[in-house]
Design a protein around this ligand. Structure first.
Ligand code: AMP
Length: 127
């Protein structure tokens, strides 16, 4: 079934994790943000950072979240990078949005990937 990217789905996997209905391996948490390990890691370090609010994707989050939520979110992304010790070697942040972005879970999240050479930005790209 096609994913609805227009209306927030309270039954999406991350909403269930936030309600404690599904487990996660927590890395960090505060009032506004949860960071946890991806269940199918695509690099030695693969952490997902999500806001606790009901935001479908990054445009929804950046348009509608409060300043406090936005600041807390990006501070958590930075803190996760510090905690994983991946600042010096480098890492990659990814936020997939919508159909062309191949977003699978319709709750805004940033992937933090690191731990080895991550290769080109996209398949077939030279950088
Ligand atoms: P995206 O394609 O950006 O929507 O990515 C969704 C990510 O969520 C994928 O990398 C999945 O492996 C991850 N994922 C799906 N279910 C879970 C889960 N229960 N716990 C942790 N990560 C999950």
């Amino acid at each position: 079934m096609a994913i609805d990217f227009d209306t927030y789905d309270d039954e999406n996997i991350f909403a269930k994790i936030l309600r404690g209905e599904l487990p996660c391996t927590r890395v960090r948490e505060d009032e506004h943000v949860l960071a946890f390990r991806d269940i199918a890691p695509q690099a030695p370090e693969h952490v997902l950072v999500i806001p606790k609010g009901r935001y479908i994707a990054h445009d929804d989050f950046h348009r509608n979240a409060s300043d406090a939520e936005i600041v807390a979110f990006w501070r958590t992304v930075a803190a996760v990078c510090d905690e994983l010790g991946i600042r010096d070697r480098g890492h990659r942040l990814i936020a997939n949005q919508g159909r062309d972005g191949h977003q699978v879970v319709p709750h805004f999240h940033v992937h933090v990937l690191a731990g080895h050479d991550l290769g080109p930005m996209l398949p077939g790209s030279s950088t």
